[in-house]
Design a protein around this ligand. Sequence first.
Ligand code: URA
Length: 291
Amino acid sequence: MADLDPYAAYSRESLVAMLRWQLEAGVTEALSPEPYDRFSAAAAAPAATTAGQELPPAYAPTGDSPLAQARRHKGRIAAPPPPATADAKPVNLADLYQIKDLDGLRAAVDAFEGSSLKRYATNTVFGDGAAGARIMCVGEAPGAEEDRQGVPFVGPSGKLLDRMLAAIGFARSDVYIANTLYWRPPGNRTPTPEERAQCLPFLMRQIELVGPRAIITLGGPAAQTLLNEKTGITRLRGKWFDFQTRPGLAGGMELPLLPTFHPAFLLRQPAQKREAWQDLRAVRDKLAAQP
Ligand code: URA
């Protein structure tokens, strides 16, 4: 059996070092129990450009690795697909405002090719809940479990979020939950400002179509994205903001927004739950005071 094991030749230390290297590179999923050598596969694949045409013979694979081919042809090998944003059309706000329901918006997000994150994600994580929810929670970005299921906040921080909402008398089904990004950044890295900006017009329209009475942002990045702020969450949390979905434009929605800590942070720092609890009570009182 041992001679069938592709790793039998490596010491335990080498295997641990390889695993650590992969983790540091952002690998969080084991897709197959068997190793897959992409370098050999790429070298054996029929030559084609991204447009699907045959490559000129000088660029055709010769059985050696892509790196060796690149050296032999001074870097001129078949280019990888261009970044998703290269020729993608920017979001047209007039088209977005024509979308009248969440299903239509979900279809528009699914069809959107302007975010390079989409290429690396397993699923689009659009949102969870129904139009008319009184509270909308907005988190940062889908994590590994959310990417797998296509639903926001279903991992460990989602379980805590459900308990936080229950503490003020709201079931998860009473609330609409979304993120500032629809696709998981590879390895859960922090999304760039450009990546946030690409999704923001959709999120603004999503808020309009849900029509909540108040927004709770979870964690610093969500608050900073929606409020266009650089201030950290410790100073933003617990304060009410007048939020507008179309700042400087006519026809949007204006509603109260309260930033609080992200449940993932509270899992690491349970001592901060007291403040989060105060924030949620403030939301409950705000809604109770609304006509
Ligand atoms: N963290 C987030 O910000 N969003 C999710 O959906 C899950 C974890």
